[in-house]
Design a protein around this ligand. Structure first.
Ligand SMILES: O=c1[nH]c(=O)c2[nH]c(=O)[nH]c2[nH]1
Length: 296
């Protein structure tokens, strides 16, 4: 009977990293969660406990902190690429590094109409994300957004679905449509991309399309959002979505002798429909490992 070691990787997950940069009296805050995963010839540690090729996960964490001190973090894509290259370039047995960064935004608190120098608030749970994979000779970048919560109170219908003996859902030509967008997009030929602008424009396109597309299903809205991003952003090869359908059910007010003209809803948190899909450019390059590895 033969037994062998299969695919493996290791690293430090979810390193919480907050930086404060000061320009005069004004503080600039960054709030990151960073994860690393290294691959390579790691059979020795698994088979014999020989750790000579194992850059400790503690060292990986410390590298993240040290890099954040030595150079301005900058765009999360650039920070992740610097870290990935460090691990691959300095460790002989490491042939692949995946670095993921999630950023939470803090807004300046307004005091007497002016942005405060060192006090911040964070409203929604939205995060900007990136996952880069670095090999000795090339790298791949997959960026995205998590928890972008959107709702439209009309402009959404759902009907025409099959009815069987278990169907109770009523057809509707006017419902609330709400979701928390998780999206991942992969970049092609990524040198020279303005990461911040690309993210900002993709986010704007997602929001505008959600708002303006008259929806016959969340699936149709998913495709429309993906198509709009690919039409607007040539640097994006493919975009993937995970969209929980945050159901808003009409409350039956008839026991109280009241009519409900789409005014009073019960917002259910579970179960939820989960609509997932990918929109891809015909001529897109084959996806790299960062795409296959990126879990939504
Ligand atoms: O947009 C929707 N897609 C579905 O697949 C679905 N299924 C369901 O019950 N409600 C909805 N809404």
């Amino acid at each position: 009977m033969g037994i062998s070691l299969g695919p493996n990787q290791y690293g430090k997950a979810e390193v919480r990293l907050v930086t404060v940069r000061r320009t005069g009296g004004v503080h600039h805050l960054r709030d990151l969660t960073v994860s690393s995963a290294l691959r390579g010839d790691l059979s020795a540690t698994h088979l014999t406990g020989d750790n000579s090729a194992v850059l400790a996960t503690d060292t990986q964490k410390n590298t993240m902190y040290a890099f954040a001190k030595q150079q301005d973090v900058g765009e999360i894509e650039d920070f992740a690429l610097r870290l990935g290259r460090r691990f691959v370039d300095t460790q002989e047995k490491i042939t692949g590094a995946r670095v993921s960064v999630e950023e939470r935004e803090w807004d300046r608190i307004t005091v007497d109409g002016a942005p405060h120098a060192h006090s911040f608030s964070s409203s929604g749970g939205e995060r900007r994300t990136t996952t880069v994979t670095v090999h000795p000779d090339r790298a791949w970048v997959v960026s995205g957004v998590d928890g972008l919560v959107v709702l439209k109170s009309t402009g959404s219908e759902f009907h025409g679905y099959p009815k069987d003996e278990y169907t109770t859902l009523a057809e509707t030509d006017d419902r609330i449509l709400a979701t928390a967008v998780t999206a991942r997009w992969r970049y092609e030929g990524f040198t020279g991309i303005d990461w911040a602008k690309s993210h900002r424009e993709i986010r704007r396109t997602l929001l505008e399309t959600f708002a303006t597309k008259h929806s016959l299903s969340l699936q149709q809205t998913l495709y429309a959002m993906g198509e709009a991003v690919l039409l607007a952003r040539p640097e994006v090869a493919e975009i993937r979505f995970s969209l929980p359908n945050k159901h808003h059910f009409l409350v039956d007010l008839s026991p109280f002798g009241l009519e409900n003209h789409n005014e009073v809803f019960y917002a259910a948190d579970r179960p939820y429909g989960l609509i997932e899909g990918t929109v891809v450019r015909d001529e897109a390059e084959e996806p790299g490992p960062a795409w296959t590895d990126a879990v939504l």
